[in-house]
Design a protein around this ligand. Structure first.
Ligand code: UDP
Ligand code: MG
Length: 314
């Protein structure tokens, strides 16, 4: 009988201060792969994104007990996007998964993902259909974010899509071929195309520890997302400029006619001041917009590495 080569699943996990959740996570993954029905090997790549607690020690201990546990330790906190990239880049599997360490991405879905991939999909992604347990303001703003980015951008991003997904080798390699420095994974995954199946699940609250996303961090992330995937904001300035010019020409005409016909010179300093403020504001806004894109270009042209690893076992 010919020996069938076992397929390898790489599970890549960004970790930032996750000392408490990693052992729980590891046990859950073991449970999933115990099911021999699928005949799959797995490797887990933990990316320690500059944690301040004992995350790295926990990972290292695990990898000493189990050689399927690999790790990359960043030299500082580079952010989740960099960690996702590092995980994908160093994965050797046929099927590649990225998921959070906090068990908010249910490992039980993995088997379903494998079924879909085997049936011909290139990617199985997930989305939450509720935001239960999340602050209302936060849900509102993230709804707004998806509305804006889908209206402006060239790619469609599913509302509530998580980073939790499984991809084939081909798709992973295409994602890696986008080597930009300002990474917005949700956009990149959508941009490369391929056939994606969305699984839905209810929001699950974090197992241990705290979410590391503050409101400000999320806002920055949203602006990053919009700027990385759409240049249509740039044309806002042109449109505004044209509208304002037309408006001011009309107003000048009205003033001239008013003066000629009715000889009614108004003191009018207030309206002038308002106009100056208004136009000044619009100009600043547009310059700011330009600056935003310029700063992105600036960082891209430096061609800095996306992350720096201090120690790794792969
Ligand atoms: N994370 C990371 N670097 C960071 C922030 C977060 O690698 O700078 C990881 C974190 O350890 C977790 C995942 O990204 O595995 C999601 O983070 P979190 O649970 O804090 O976000 P939320 O689930 O609230 O969106
Ligand atoms: Mg979480």
């Amino acid at each position: 009988m010919k020996m069938m080569k076992m397929n390898l699943v790489s599970v890549s996990v960004p970790c930032f201060n996750e000392e408490k959740t990693i052992p729980l996570f590891y046990n859950e993954i073991l449970k999933v792969f115990k099911d021999k029905k699928y005949d799959l090997d797995f490797e887990i790549i933990f990316i320690d994104d500059g944690s301040m607690d004992d995350t790295f020690k926990v990972i290292k201990d695990l990898s000493m007990e189990d050689e399927r546990v690999k790790y990359i330790k960043f030299s500082r906190n580079f952010g989740k996007e960099a960690a996702i990239y590092a995980g994908l880049k160093n994965s050797k599997g046929d099927y590649i998964v990225t998921m959070d360490a906090d068990l908010q991405d249910p490992p039980a879905l993995l088997t379903e993902m494998i079924d879909y991939i085997k049936s011909g999909y290139d990617c199985v992604a997930t989305r939450r259909f509720t935001r239960k347990g999340e602050p209302i303001i936060r849900s509102l703003f993230s709804k707004l974010f998806y509305r804006i980015i889908n209206r402006l951008g060239d790619v469609q991003i599913v509302d509530g899509a998580r980073d939790y997904r499984m991809m084939t080798r081909v798709m992973t390699d295409s994602v890696l071929s986008l080597s930009e420095y300002n990474r917005f994974s949700k956009g990149i995954f959508a941009w490369v195309g391929f056939e994606t199946k969305y699984l839905e699940f209810e929001n699950i609250e974090r197992e241990e520890g705290e979410s590391s996303w503050s409101f400000l961090k999320l806002l920055k992330y949203s602006i990053e997302g919009i700027v990385s995937f759409s240049t249509s904001l740039l044309s806002i300035s042109t449109v505004l400029g044209i509208l304002l010019s037309v408006l001011s020409i009309l107003m000048i005409l009205i003033i001239i006619i008013d003066n000629l016909l009715f000889r009614n010179p108004v003191p009018g300093w207030a309206s002038t001041a308002c106009l100056i403020l208004f136009i000044g504001g619009i100009q600043l806004f547009c310059i700011g917009l330009l600056g935003l894109y310029l700063s992105k270009t600036y960082l891209e042209t430096k061609k800095r590495p996306i992350y720096i690893s201090k120690e790794e076992k792969l």
